[in-house]
Design a protein around this ligand. Structure first.
Ligand SMILES: Nc1ccn([C@@H]2O[C@H](COP(=O)(O)OP(=O)(O)OP(=O)(O)O)[C@@H](O)[C@H]2O)c(=O)n1
Ligand SMILES: C[C@](O)(CO)[C@H](O)COP(=O)(O)O
Length: 255
């Protein structure tokens, strides 16, 4: 998949997890979350990967993406994975760590800039906070990007009843959940569209608090269509300590 590259966002602090270290470095079955997220990409055949990290601790993130760390994470999370896509080993990827920004959107922009010389056709944008995303989903997303569908994202149905509430906390309406999806990463785009969407996003606001929460949001804001394909519950985001315990249980079930 030489024409497909990835940006893995890992520059967040993990305030809601509250582990006292950057979330992407928090161990899962003894290995940094980031190692799994990057190993999943490598197993899917993505050979050029840019990781965005906090600017003051790049070396710690570089250590987490060393080939031996990726191989160990891959063996822990996907010991029996069959991947239809021509498979590279988890150690074959070219991984570069760059400083991220103040928002996720700014971090992705920094990652895109680092890919300028590579000129991939497709860029996958992924959260280190979704470490157990299966390689099969990654390849399915990458293959779904075409000239007709230049933006493809994974989504899963929502199990809870959804209500929109007003500022006073009163219910304004019950939302039809059959037309709603919880959106995951990776999100896959032609490099051309993603670069344009981020240029549009950067021009739209310099207020970091108004940054887009996902990359598809910028494409939507430009009035361009985004295709949602079936996501996976194993691509869940680790936000709180309870999410981390669930991910640990998921890995323990494989042993
Ligand atoms: N300035 C930022 C903020 C977030 N992220 C990344 O975006 C992903 C999704 O963000 P989230 O889960 O909210 O992570 P944090 O921002 O670290 O969490 P919190 O909001 O609890 O601090 C994570 O992989 C995170 O590292 C990033 O690269 N740069
Ligand atoms: C990109 C994302 O994972 C899609 O669900 C999500 O929007 C990240 O959200 P956060 O605000 O950074 O937690």
């Amino acid at each position: 998949m030489s024409s497909c590259a990835a940006v893995v966002t890992a520059a967040g602090s993990g305030t809601r997890l509250g582990a006292g270290i950057p979330k992407a470095l928090v161990p899962l079955a003894g290995r940094p979350m980031l190692s799994y997220a990057v190993a999943g990409m490598a197993l899917a055949g993505v050979t050029t990967i840019v990781v965005t990290a906090p600017g003051d601790s790049l070396w710690e993130f570089e250590a987490a993406v060393r080939p031996e760390e990726l191989a160990a994470a891959a063996a822990t999370a996907w010991p029996r994975t069959h991947i239809a896509w021509p498979r590279t080993t988890a150690t074959a990827a070219d991984v570069q760590v760059v400083a991220g920004g103040a928002s996720r959107q700014a971090s992705v922009s920094a990652g895109i800039a680092a890919l300028a010389e590579v000129q991939p056709r497709v860029i996958l944008v992924h959260d280190a906070a979704r470490p157990l995303t299966p390689p099969e989903l990654i390849t399915r997303l990458a293959k779904s990007v075409t000239e007709r569908t230049p933006a493809v994202i994974p989504g899963v149905p929502v199990a809870d009843t959804l209500k929109r509430v007003d500022a006073s906390g009163r219910v304004a309406e019950t939302v039809d959940r059959s037309v709603v999806r919880a959106i995951q990463t990776p999100q896959a785009f032609t490099a051309e569209l993603l670069s344009r969407a981020h240029a549009f996003g950067a021009a739209r606001t310099h207020d970091e608090t108004l940054a887009a929460t996902d990359d598809a949001g910028l494409v939507e804001a430009m009035g361009k269509p985004v295709l949602v394909i079936k996501g996976k519950c194993t691509a869940a985001k680790i936000t709180t300590a309870a999410d981390l315990r669930l991910a640990e249980a998921q890995l323990a079930a494989l042993r």
